[in-house]
Design a protein around this ligand. Structure first.
Ligand code: SPV
Ligand code: MG
Length: 294
């Protein structure tokens, strides 16, 4: 699963061949130029997710932070995201307002409260295929494996369709340790992971350890950041765009990606239709008023 934040990244991700897209909260915040700290509204996030769905031919998992508020907000959230056409929402067991998992100030939500939110989210959905992913932040907040495991059991009991075990460790050790314990449980609730701070792990290793979905949440965003910054610096320093021309996408490639060819096809068929109408009207001259009609 690849993290995206807008229509352009969703188009590229669909073409690249990932199985699903992650509508990244961090990515959406970054593309709005604001901190990943519950600054944008639910409507902003849902509009971005809707744009991603519209530009994608794959299922979209929407990162919905903590669910944007209380139980009533969560119910509205489920309806909003279902209407937007996302396949799944992911909510994390932290307090609103949240902080990005790699920053300080992590506050876990009480386990009972978050479990109830999962149950409520499942009750609120209308499409039976819609999925609710419960994201465990125990390892992020320093609450440990035991806390993560207890919470996982509660969320699974309350109907979570999948669990996302998040970690900021520099290797996959704690994620794989959690997965091993989870595999011993009599449950078919799958585990997802986000190898941001432990990028050296392979899909094969995570898969063998019991992780069913791997979310590359922010690599495309960080690639774009690097490329944009470098390109801007080089143009400014050189006083010409010539120095970057060979390293950047061709305008044709961008036009093709965003569907300009289809626009031309529609223009041509529309013009042909208009022409056809004109010829038909010419062949049958408009009736001149007769004495009878008058
Ligand atoms: C996101 O992509 O917004 C995530 C994943 O929540 S992370 O930022 O890696 O915590
Ligand atoms: Mg996020």
């Amino acid at each position: 699963v690849i993290g995206v934040n807008d229509g352009l990244s969703a188009l590229l991700a669909s073409r690249a061949g990932f199985d699903a897209l992650w509508a990244s909260g961090l990515g959406i915040c970054a593309s709005h130029g604001v901190p990943d700290a519950s600054i944008l509204s639910m409507s902003d996030f849902a509009a971005a997710a809707g744009r991603i769905v519209a530009s994608s031919n794959r299922p979209v998992i929407a990162d919905c932070d903590t669910g944007f508020g209380d139980a009533n907000v969560l119910r509205e959230m489920i309806r909003l995201y279902e209407r937007a056409g996302v396949a799944a929402v992911c909510i994390e067991d932290k307090e609103f307002p949240k902080r990005n998992s790699f920053s300080t100030g992590q506050k876990l939500a009480p386990v009972e409260e978050f479990s109830a939110k999962i149950a409520l989210a499942k009750e609120a959905q209308r499409d039976p295929d819609f999925m609710v992913v419960a994201r465990l932040e125990s390892l992020i907040a320093g609450a440990g494996q035991e806390d993560a495991f207890e919470r996982a059991c509660c969320y699974a009991q309350c109907g979570a369709d999948a669990l996302l075990i998040h970690s900021k460790a520099t290797d996959a050790g704690e994620v794989l340790a959690f997965a091993e314990r989870w595999a011993a449980e009599d449950t078919d609730v799958p585990l997802f992971a986000i190898p941001t701070t432990y990028p050296t792990v392979t899909e094969t290793d995570l898969g063998a350890g019991g992780i069913s979905a791997i979310i590359y949440a922010n690599q495309a965003l960080r690639a774009a950041y690097e490329a944009m910054e470098l390109t801007m610096r080089r143009i400014l320093e050189a006083g010409t765009a010539a120095v970057v021309e060979a390293d950047i996408a061709r305008i044709d490639a961008v036009l093709e990606l965003i569907g300009m060819e289809e626009i031309n096809v529609v223009d041509a068929s529309f013009a042909a239709f208009v022409q056809h109408m004109r010829e038909e009207r010419r062949a049958v001259p408009a009736a001149t008023p007769t004495a009878q009609a008058v």
